[in-house]
Design a protein around this ligand. Structure first.
Ligand code: NDP
Length: 312
């Protein structure tokens, strides 16, 4: 039997944006309900060391950081539900949200913080070495490859920016792209080609991530296939960064204005979406910064904006 709950502020998602929105909304006495979704904790639950989230002198673990955010949001009074949203109706207020537990929520304001998923090559060996030499985030993990030889896979702005960023730490960076031209903006390409620490392997796909399991699991090489000649060769690398794009988790929010890649459009300097009372924070609306700390900041903004709207 389905049940209905009403709340002033419904938060959808449980990454840094969702938890921060929950902390601020609960402390503002909005009595928020937070729907934690299919992967509570979000992308940080699949990373290991985190060194760039302020407040911690020593290295912390991504999953631990998310447990702390969860505990903090619960401690200040957020009503958390282990449910995933299946359908929304933002056409009239209060807004209506249906979950996979056959619960219907009505809400005066909604904060969408469903995040994004990094795209992966989906090769079994990639999953095996993820966190052990294979990464999806240069800003997060580049530091661990000081003076090492790494590869970046992809040809868009993310791949080019990650390659350039990694030259701050690494001895050499090799960009591996499946075509013979980059998708990245010209200015970024110019910077890449001018950088003496970067070389490019064109027309090439990764066939396998190779490495050892003893004494510690670690990546040692990539098996590459030249897509024109079909030649297969192994190349030694200490690390590999997969940067082939992200998918924002916004498919069910098609009543909102979204850009051509599916990111929810928000007003500059605000988390307001195209529907008054619906706010979006974090990676579901941010394709530029994509950091835990920026997502947390946007979660804070969303809760403050929801509170302001409700107080009028
Ligand atoms: P993009 O979709 O722009 O690029 C993805 C790249 O990965 C493409 O070169 C694509 O190849 C390649 N690729 C995709 N799938 C595979 C696969 N299965 N195997 C091998 N290669 C693959 O993603 P980005 O993350 O780079 O950028 C996303 C958006 O964010 C863009 O709009 C970008 O401009 C923006 N962005 C902006 C930044 C900024 O302004 N500072 C920084 C980073 C991103 P192919 O080219 O052959 O399709």
């Amino acid at each position: 039997m389905s049940t209905t709950n009403h709340t002033k502020t419904l938060i959808i998602g449980a990454g840094p944006a969702g938890y921060t929105a929950a902390i601020y909304a609960a402390r503002a006495n909005l009595q928020p309900i937070q729907l934690l979704g299919p992967q509570p904790g979000g992308q940080l639950t699949i990373t290991t060391d985190v060194e760039n989230y302020p407040g911690f002198k020593d290295v912390i673990q991504g999953p631990w950081l998310m447990e702390q955010m969860h505990a903090q949001a619960a401690h200040v009074g957020t009503d958390m539900r282990y449910e995933s949203v299946e359908k929304v109706d933002f056409s009239k207020r209060p807004f209506t949200v249906h979950t996979d537990s056959e619960v219907t929520y009505t809400a005066d304001t909604v904060i969408i913080a469903t995040g994004a998923q990094a795209k992966w090559l989906d090769i079994p060996s990639e999953a095996h070495f993820r966190g052990y030499g294979v990464s999806g985030c240069a800003t997060c993990d580049g530091f661990f490859f000081k003076n090492k030889n790494v590869a970046v896979i992809g040809g868009g702005n993310s791949a080019v920016e990650e390659a350039i960023y990694l030259t701050n730490h690494c001895a050499h960076v090799t960009l591996i792209h499946r075509r013979d031209t980059l998708r990245a903006e010209k200015i970024a390409q110019d910077r890449l080609f001018k950088n003496p620490k970067i070389s490019v392997i064109w027309d090439t796909a990764v066939e396998e991530f190779l490495g050892t399991d003893q004494p510690v699991r670690s990546l040692t090489a990539l098996r590459l296939k030249n897509l024109k000649t079909k030649a297969i060769t192994d190349h030694n690398f200490d690390g590999a960064f997969v940067a082939i794009g992200h998918t924002p988790m916004s498919a069910i929010f098609n009543q909102l204005q979204r850009d051509s890649e599916g990111y929810v459009v928000t007003t500059p300097g605000s988390t307001a979406t195209s529907i008054t009372g619906v706010f979006a924070a974090g990676d579901v609306q941010d394709k530029v910064f994509r950091q835990a700390v920026t997502a947390a900041g946007q979660g804070c903004m969303a809760a403050l904006e929801a509170e302001k709207l409700l107080s009028h």
